[in-house]
Design a protein. Structure first.
Length: 228
DNA sequence: ACATTAAGTGATT
DNA sequence: AATCACTTAATGT
């Protein structure tokens, strides 16, 4: 299990100009101006490093995240320390489970880990309900997120039910490439195996196949996705 | 140089 | 597809 560094390591920069730019860039076309302004007022900006735990199980949800940069892995584990990755959050996304939990005022049912260094705005959850009534664009945004997440969840379930590991691995890699904005993925076979809850040996074999078929190239701790 | 960690492989279930 | 046992290769101290 990854170590818990949590919020202590976060750098908090309020009223940064860059924050506004990035907010406009990734959410500007979705949300109305008044809302964007309110997000800047009420939200706090944070950065997380790779591997930081953003939200852990049973933690009280106080903020909802709006991702500006980077990628976040959202997962559940069972009684053992087996992980199941539910979905990845990329820029322009927000965490649907957060909304789920705070609507019902529940504690976190999931664990969110920063997959790369990432950069996000945290908005206190009380505003998310208020904004649902106040802003149409917020409502659409939330609905859209639900739809997207739901589809990704279906994907995960398909993977489990039909056991098509190769396909799951491929979409996993594509997700990584998309989230990192580059074709080099610095991740070990072991970590992939944990994410897809299978064993390292199996992943190694599948990756070897992909390498032989010219889909990827790999060196220690690195996978390069070719011909996109 | 030695220990540690990542990756490759054959055999078995 | 999973597990075991073992090898080889890359990296850190």
């Amino acid at each position: 299990m990854p170590k818990v560094y949590i919020l202590l390591l976060c750098v908090r920069i309020i009223f940064s100009r860059r924050m506004k730019e990035m907010l406009d860039q990734h959410y500007g076309y979705l949300l109305e101006d008044d809302l964007l302004k309110e997000i800047l007022e009420k939200g706090k900006e944070f950065t997380f490093s790779k591997g930081d735990i953003i939200i852990d199980y049973d933690q009280k949800i106080e903020y909802m995240p709006l991702l500006l940069e980077g990628a976040i892995k959202v997962l559940r584990t069972n009684e053992k320390d087996q992980e199941l990755v539910l979905y990845f959050l990329e820029q322009g996304d927000t965490c649907t489970m957060t909304m789920n939990c705070c609507m019902g005022e529940l504690n976190s049912e999931i664990c969110a880990i920063s997959e790369t260094d990432s950069h996000l705005i945290l908005v206190p959850v009380i505003y998310m309900k208020k904004w649902l009534k106040k802003y149409d664009s917020w409502m659409s945004f939330v609905m859209m997120s639900y739809q997207n997440r739901f589809n990704e969840l279906l994907w995960s379930i398909d993977g489990l039910a039909f056991g098509n590991l190769n396909d799951r691995l491929l979409t996993y890699l594509k997700d990584q490439v998309y989230a990192r904005h580059k074709n080099d993925i610095d991740i070990s076979h072991e970590q992939i195996a944990i994410d897809l809850n299978t064993s390292r040996v199996v992943i190694s074999r599948l990756l070897k196949n992909l390498e032989n078929n010219g889909v990827i190239k790999q060196t220690r701790g690195m996978i390069e996705f070719l011909n996109i």
